[in-house]
Design a protein around this ligand. Structure first.
Ligand SMILES: C[S@@+](CC[C@H](N)C(=O)[O-])C[C@H]1O[C@@H](n2cnc3c(N)ncnc32)[C@H](O)[C@@H]1O
Length: 368
C-alpha cells in the first residue's frame, strides 16, 4: 500500500513540470534545425553541453560526412577518413561559379535530419541547402546583344562531329577521347532557345560520375573515382567565388600565412585565357577555399595526372568556366589529379607527395 502510494506520488507531475517538459521537447525539435547551420567547432562545443545535444550533433556529423555536395549533385560524394579523426572537411557548397561574397561569415545549412517531425512539417527535404547571404550565380549573367542559337537539335549533323549549331565548337575528338591538351570549347547558354536537355550542354548537368573524397596523411583530402571513368568523360567544373585580381592577391597573402602555420589548404586558382588576337589575356580568379565544390579537393601531380582542364564558354554567358574531363580511362579507386602548373617561384614551397616518377619535390607556386 505504502509502495503504491509512493509510486503514484513520484510519477505525479506538477503543471510547471509538464510545461517544462513540453518546452524542452520543442527546444530539441528546433535544435535539429539550428544545429545544421553550425560550423564543426560550434557543433562540437554545443554537443558537449548535454547528452541529447551530443546525440543530435553526432547524427548531423554522420549526414555531413555522407555527402560533401549536400544534395547539390546527382549522387552523394562521401568523405572517407582512416588516417585521423576529422570526419569531413567544412566549406560552403556551390555547384556553379558565384560572384565573390563580401560577407565575412556566409553560412549554409548542412546536415538536416531527414526523420525530424518538425522538419517534415516545414521543410521540403528535396530542397537544396540555403546559402546565406544569397549569392549571384554567374550563369545568370549574360552579355548584352550576345549571340545564341535557334536550332531544333543542336548536335544533329555530320557523323564527324561538325554541326550547324553556331554555339558548338565542341571538339569531336573530345567525345572519342583523343584530345590531350587544354582546349577551349563552347556550349549553348542562356541566350539560346534550346533547353537543358540540349546535347550541347555537356557540362551543365552537375557531377554525374560516382566519386568519393579520401583523406591521406601527407596530401590531405583528395578526390577519387568510385567507378570506372571513360576517357573524355566530364568530371566536374571548378566552382567557387569569382574574385577581382586585387582581392585574389589579398586572399592569397592571407592563405600563405595560414599555410605557413601548417594544416591549411587553400584552393585559389588563377586561369589565363589567351584571346584570339594573341595580344590580350583574360584572367579569371576562382577561389574555392571557403565556398566551392568538390573540385577543391583535386590534388596536384607533377606528371600532369589523369585530368584535362578545358575552358568552356556558354553562349551568351559573361565568363567562361574551367571544367575537368578524364584525359584517359580512370579505374575505380584511382585518385583524380592534374598539374597545378610548371612554375615554382618559391624554392621553399610546399613539399609535393604526388608520387609520380616525374615528381619535382615541390608544389607549383606562381605570383598571384
Ligand atoms: C586545392 S587543395 C587540394 C585539397 C587538399 N588536399 C585538402 O585537403 O583540402 C590544394 C592543397 O592540397 C595539398 N596538395 C595538393 N597536391 C599535393 C601534392 N601533390 N603533395 C602534397 N600536398 C598536396 C596542398 O596543401 C595544396 O595547397
Amino acid at each position: 500500500m505504502y509502495q503504491e502510494a509512493k509510486k503514484s506520488f513520484l510519477s505525479f507531475k506538477t503543471k510547471e513540470e509538464e510545461e517544462e517538459e513540453k518546452q524542452s521537447a520543442r527546444f530539441f525539435e528546433c535544435a535539429e534545425l539550428i544545429l545544421s547551420w553550425l560550423s564543426p567547432s560550434d557543433l562540437a562545443l554545443i554537443s558537449s553541453t548535454c547528452k541529447s545535444l551530443h546525440q543530435l550533433s553526432k547524427s548531423i556529423t554522420t549526414i555531413r560526412s555522407s555527402d560533401a555536395s549536400r544534395n547539390f549533385e546527382n549522387n552523394p560524394i562521401p568523405f572517407i577518413n582512416t588516417c585521423d579523426s576529422q570526419p569531413y572537411s567544412y566549406f560552403i557548397y556551390t555547384p556553379t561559379q558565384i560572384l565573390s561574397l563580401s560577407s565575412p561569415h556566409p553560412s549554409q545549412q548542412w546536415g538536416q535530419l531527414a526523420r525530424s517531425n518538425l522538419q517534415n512539417k516545414i521543410l521540403d527535404l528535396s530542397e537544396k541547402p540555403i546559402l546565406y547571404p544569397k549569392p549571384t550565380s554567374i550563369s545568370s549573367l549574360s552579355v548584352g546583344n550576345s549571340y545564341g542559337c535557334v536550332c531544333k537539335d543542336c548536335l544533329a549533323g555530320k557523323s564527324d562531329g561538325e554541326t550547324q549549331c553556331p554555339c558548338s565548337r565542341l571538339k569531336p575528338e573530345f567525345l572519342t577521347g583523343l584530345v590531350v591538351d587544354s582546349e577551349v570549347m563552347t556550349e549553348c547558354g542562356p541566350t539560346c532557345v534550346c533547353d537543358f536537355g540540349c546535347a550541347n550542354r555537356l557540362t551543365q548537368h552537375g557531377v554525374i560520375v560516382h566519386l568519393r573524397i579520401i583523406k591521406q596523411s601527407r596530401k590531405g583530402w583528395g578526390l577519387y573515382a568510385a567507378q570506372f571513368i571513360r576517357r573524355g568523360e566530364f568530371i566536374c567544373e571548378y566552382a567557387g567565388e569569382l574574385l577581382t585580381t586585387t582581392e585574389a592577391r589579398r586572399r592569397q597573402q592571407t592563405y600563405d600565412q595560414y599555410a605557413a602555420g601548417g594544416q591549411f589548404s587553400s584552393a585559389l586558382l588563377v586561369v589565363r585565357e589567351h584571346l584570339p588576337s594573341g595580344k590580350a589575356c583574360l584572367r579569371i580568379n576562382i577561389d574555392a577555399t571557403r565556398i566551392g565544390n568538390i573540385a577543391r579537393f583535386i590534388n596536384h601531380s607533377c606528371d600532369g595526372g589523369n585530368l584535362l582542364t578545358v575552358l568552356v564558354r556558354n553562349a551568351g554567358a559573361l565568363f567562361p568556366r574551367l571544367c575537368f574531363f578524364a584525359s584517359r580511362g580512370i579505374l575505380e579507386g584511382e585518385e583524380l589529379v592534374f598539374s597545378y602548373g610548371d612554375i615554382r617561384l618559391r624554392s621553399n614551397g610546399l613539399q609535393c607527395y604526388c608520387g609520380s616518377s616525374a615528381c619535382v619535390g615541390i608544389l607549383p607556386s606562381e605570383e598571384t
